[in-house]
Design a protein around this ligand. Sequence first.
Ligand code: G6P
Length: 607
Amino acid sequence: MCGIIAYTGNQNAAPILVAGLHRLEYRGYDSAGIALHSRGKLHVHRAAGKIAQLENKLPAKLSGKSGMGHTRWATHGEATDANAHPHTSQDGSIAIIHNGIIENAGMLRTRLEAEGTIFNSDTDSEVLAHLISKQSADTLIQSVQHVLTLIQGTYGLVVMDANRPGEIIAARNGSPVIIGLGNKEMFVTSDANAILNHTREVVHLDDGELAEINPKGFSIRTLDATEMVRSPITISSEFESQDKGKFPHFMLKEIHEQPEAVERTIKGRLDHRFDTAHLGGLNLSARELLDIRRVKILGCGSAYYAGISGANMIEQLARLPSSAEPAAEFRYRNPLIESDTLYIVVSQSGETFDTLAALREITRKGGRVLGINNVVGSTIAREVDGGIYMHAGAEISVASTKAFSCMLACFMLLALQLGRVRDLSPQQGKELMQAIEQLPSLIEEALTQENDIRSLAAEYCTAKSAFFIGRTNAYPVALEGAQKLKEVSYIHAEAYPASELKHGPLALIDPDTPTVVVLPDDNLLDKSLSSLQEIRARKGPVISITNANDPEIKRLSNAVIKTPRCHPLLFPLVMGVSLQLFAYYCAIAMGRDVDQPRNLAKSVTVE
Ligand code: G6P
C-alpha cells in the first residue's frame, strides 16, 4: 500500500525513480509523484491516476542526482494531483513522501493554520512537511526527529531539504523502510523488489528509527538519538522481471504459475525416510511440537481464508483444536494468550499492518508465533519465532492467486508434520505425501478447463449478485471464490456454509442470482445436493465445481466445472484454481482493470 522510492548518487535520478515506481505500482495506484533536487531547489511533479499519467506530465528534460518518488493509495483525501505525494513546505524547501496515517493530523493542521500556514492538500501527510520546515535544529535529521515526537500514527517517511543536496532522511514506524547500498549511490524503498536491479545489499530500519543517508553511506539512530550499528544483509532472492510474458494480465500469469509455485513450496520439505514433512524454519523440536495443545491462525483477506482451510487440515491430521480469525479483530478483544497454543500469522507480503499488530500483541503477551510468508525478510518474517516461506515468487496482481494456493500447501505440510508427531501412522503419512506430490499436476489438470470457464463467465458476468457455498473445508474455498469475484469483477458475491443458506440468504435466491457450489466428492455430498435442490426449487441458477461423478449433480446444475479427483483434504487447492479463472474471465468480460482493481491495494500497511 503506497510505495516509496528515493535515490541519491551520481546518476540522473528521474529514470531510476520512475522505473522504481512502476515496480511499486501494484501497491497503490491512484496517484503518483516525484521530487528532484536540482540547482538548490526541489522540483515536484505529481499526477492523479497511474504512473503512466505522471510520465505523460513529466518535462522531457529532468535533472537532479537525488530525489524521491511515491505511488499512493488514498487514506485521507481523494486521489487528485494536489493530494499526490511528494508534499512540500510552504517555501518549497522541504519535500516529504509518507506511507501510513498521522492520527493527530487534524489537531496539528488546525494549529498550523492558526499560525498562518496554507495547506495545499487534504492529506494527513502534508503536516509533516510544514512541521519539519518550522524546526530550527542544526541538522535535518534532528528536525525530523523532533517532529516525529509530536505526531501519533504510523509512517514510512522520506524527507529532503532543498538546502542539503544529496541528503535523504528516512524514518519508520509501522510501515517498511529499506535502505539499499550501491556503489557511491544509495536507495530507499518500502519494498526491496523496487531496487533489486540496482543492489541486493540492504538494511531494514526498525520501528522508531531514523536514517541519515547520502551517496557515501548512512547512519541510523532511534527517536531518542541513540546511535545504532546495523550491518547490511544480502537479499538472496533473484530479481524477478515484472513482465507478463505471453499473458495479458499478471493475474492470469500468476494463475498459470501455480503448478510451479506449489512445487517450489513443497520441494525439499517431504522426508521420505520418516513419511513426514520437514519444515526447518519452524525452530521447534519434536518435543515442542508435541506440547502444542491448540492452534490459532490469523490473517487478512485471502490469507485469513487460507487460514480457515489450514485450521481444518491441522485439526483433521493432528487432532489439535484449531481455528482461524481475522487478524484485525484479534487484538481488540484482549485475547487470552496461552503458552501451549501455537499461533500462526499468514501473510503473502509480510507487511499487512493488522496481521503485524496481531503478531506483536501475541508476542507482547508471551505467545509463540510462526509465520507463513512469501516475501523474504519482510517485517512479519523478521519478527516471528519461526516460519515457513511459501516461495511463490513475486505476486504482482492485487488479487491473490498463487500465494493463496501456496499458503494452503504450507498448511498441508505443517499439518502433516504436526500429525506425524501425534497419532498419524507412517502409512497415513506416506499416503499424504504422495497426495501432496501430485498437487502440481492436479493443478495443471484443473487449468485445462480454462476455455469452458471462460464461456461460463461470459454467460454469468451480467449477474448483479452471486452466492458461493460449500460445507466444512469447501467453505473457505467458497469464501475465496466470492472474494476473487468481487475484487476483480465488482459483482456482489457472498459466501455461506451451504447449511446456512436456508437460515436467511435463501430469501435472495431468484432466477437472476447464480449460486456457485463447491462440491467435493466427500461424505457430505448428499447433504450438499439437498442445498442444490433448495436453490433449484427457487429457480436459482446453479454452477457446480466438483470432482464427484454423481449424475444428480448434472441434473441439478445449470453448469458443471469438473476438477480432478484428489485427496479429500487437498481439493481446496485444486478447486480454488477454477474459481480464480471464473473471477478472472468475469472481470475480462466486464472490461475491468483486472490487475489493479478500483479502491484496493496489494499490501495494506495501514490499520
Ligand atoms: C489486501 C489484498 C488481499 C490480501 C490481503 C492480505 O487486502 O488486497 O488480496 O489477501 O491484503 O495480504 P497479505 O499480504 O497479508 O497476505
